[in-house]
Design a protein around this ligand. Structure first.
Ligand code: NA7
Length: 544
């Protein structure tokens, strides 16, 4: 198999005796890792971040595939902690592309001199809790080690790429690549016969972009998605000034909404207004950019039921309008899951791609992929000859990146085993038997930066509390954890995100337990819960 498809797992070759000591070890230097460094350093902790990447950015470092971009507004995604940064940085587009976002995160790293505390090209092979010393020890691929009182896993939600275990995958003679492993120098696709497997948020962005240059494109689709127009645009000078003047308002709005996006639901029910008024609102929002189409819509559009199905049919008809061949159009119309039960991709000309003569849509639900051959992809019905195969097949989301760290807690307990039937946490962020471990990557929901800042603030303040009170460690009680897991399962059962087979519930990974991987709560509810826990002397935790 090509190296880009599966990551090697080479155990530390030479162990050295020198161990560097820190207050906190941060794994990852993406959005959350960078802020963790900044905040913890500000509070006087010695901290070092380790990243297997060659630079900062996390998700925005690895996902260099053509078309990769935000679908939340750029200015709602930036850090809010520095007014100077907010005023200095000019977002070029309303929905920033990967190169600009990576540039932004590099700018932040430089401005706050964060690089001196980041060790790049350093993959963490394992992390083990030393009970006697009450410290975490990490082993790096090069054999070196480091120790810290606190371990913060800011490895992101999508750091473990997933490639299905197709038979014959190594036999393909052309180029193959998972979207997360896209080489920085790019892949020359012009004039090539390219196959893309997967039509999630990544596939939709990628397909739209590469259809402009490839000789022939074959898209292997298992599930049609509801996608909506992004309507991106450049930010002109006038708008730039307005944005910079309204950051407090933008962030205030974000902090009030369920997913920390800057759009508020219409409090009315779709079913309480006349069909004409309902349609007028659908149409008005459809013409607007970004997530407004559902997050500013009638609130019950995002709740399983009649309004949800009504809007789903509106979106299906929008798809039908754009695709010339009615047979292809029906293949692209989702009929097997509710609107919003899977992550909704935003697109910029995706459906029109299927009107091109050189694009073929293959339904691999009807005729599944049987194997990868030396020449291309063989389904139950035909073999498709290709020069390049792109796996836009997603991620072992939320827990995958965490499990890969080989974390061992008290009494030799492995996190991998503990999480075998789904994550067992207290508030998504801590887990019993793993003192001072903060799984920040598993606790973020919605707009990542907006969620990450308050989350990291809480962790940092908790660390300060321990330091100020001469305490060594914090661990949730089994009872608090059990109650949290029960809450996630029971309250999660009724929300849209658990109604389809997607990464939200781990259903995209064969053999992974099907449970909601994040909290079912809104972002304000999560912040309130954490604040209440802290105010009550860290209720649900054992402090030692
Ligand atoms: P997703 O949303 O998990 O999409 C993965 C796609 O790959 C999806 O269309 C899958 O079809 C398809 N897939 C996965 N395995 C197979 C096999 N064996 N055969 C055919 N097709 C397959 O990942 P993305 O990278 O698009 O997005 C992840 C998140 O990143 C996204 O939500 C954003 O928040 C950022 P399926 O739908 O399972 O039938």
């Amino acid at each position: 198999m090509a190296d880009s498809l599966r990551e090697t797992s080479v155990p530390g070759s030479e162990r050295t005796d020198e161990i560097e000591e820190f207050d906190a070890i941060v794994i990852g230097s993406g959005v959350t890792g960078l802020y963790s460094l900044y905040r913890m350093r500000q509070l006087g902790f010695s901290v070092r971040a380790f990243d297997d990447a060659g630079g900062v950015g996390g998700t925005w470092y690895w996902n260099r595939y053509p078309g990769c971009r935000f679908d939340s507004e750029s200015y709602s995604y930036g850090y809010s902690f520095s007014e100077e940064l907010l005023q200095e940085w000019d977002w070029k587009e309303h929905y920033s592309g990967q190169p600009e976002t990576e540039r932004y995160l590099n700018y932040v790293a430089d401005k706050f001199d964060l690089r001196r505390d980041i060790q790049f090209n350093s993959r963490v092979m394992s992390a083990t809790f030393d009970e006697a010393e009450s410290r975490w020890e990490i082993d790096l691929e090069d054999g070196s080690r480091a120790r810290g009182q606190f371990l913060i896993t800011s490895v992101g939600s999508f750091s473990a790429g997933y490639v299905p275990d197709f038979e014959g995958i190594d036999s393909f003679k052309g180029i193959s690549c998972h979207t997360r492993g896209w080489p920085a120098e790019g892949i020359g696709l012009a004039g090539k016969r390219v196959g893309v497997i997967g039509t999630g948020a990544t596939g939709v962005q990628l397909i739209t972009e590469i259809a402009k240059e490839v000789a022939h494109l074959t898209v292997f689709q298992r599930t049609a998605n509801y996608c909506a127009p992004l309507r991106n645009g450049l930010i002109d000078d006038e708008t730039q000034k307005k944005i910079k003047a309204s950051y407090p308002e933008i962030f205030r709005k974000c902090m009030e909404t369920a997913g920390s996006f800057m759009h508020e639901f219409d409090k009315r029910s779709a079913m309480d207004v006349s069909p004409e008024e309902r349609l007028a609102q659908y149409e008005r929002l459809w013409a607007e950019p970004g997530f407004k189409k559902w997050l500013s819509n009638f609130h019950d559009v995002m709740i399983p039921g009649e309004a949800n199905e009504d809007y789903a049919e509106f979106v299906r008809n929008k798809i039908r309008e754009r695709v010339h061949d009615p047979v292809v159009a029906e293949m692209l119309v989702p009929k097997d899951h509710m609107f919003g039960s899977k992550r909704l991709p935003c697109e910029s000309g995706y459906y029109e791609v299927y009107n091109q003569d050189n694009v073929l849509l293959v339904d691999v639900r009807e005729a599944p992929i049987e194997r990868i051959t030396s020449k291309g992809v063989k389904t139950k019905e035909a073999e498709y000859e290709l020069d390049v195969i792109i796996y836009a097949t997603g991620f072992d989301a939320i827990t995958g990146g965490l499990i890969k760290l080989n974390i061992t807690g008290q009494n030799g307990q492995k996190l991998k085993e503990k999480f075998a039937a789904g994550p067992r946490t207290y508030m998504g962020i801590t887990t019993a038997g793993f003192p001072n471990l903060f799984t920040v990557n598993a606790a973020s929901v919605g707009n990542f930066v907006r969620a990450a800042e308050p989350l990291v603030d809480w962790v940092s303040e908790t660390m300060s509390y321990l330091r100020d009170n001469d305490l060594k460690r914090i661990t949730p009680t089994i009872e608090a954890e059990d109650a949290w897991v029960k809450h996630v399962n029971e309250d999660g059962a009724n929300i849209l995100r658990t109604q389809a087979n997607s990464w939200f519930v781990g259903a995209n990974i064969p053999g992974k337990a099907r449970v909601l991987l994040t909290a079912p709560d809104t972002a304000p509810a999560m912040r309130a819960k954490r604040a209440e826990v802290a105010a009550n002397g860290y209720e649900g935790f054992i402090l030692e």
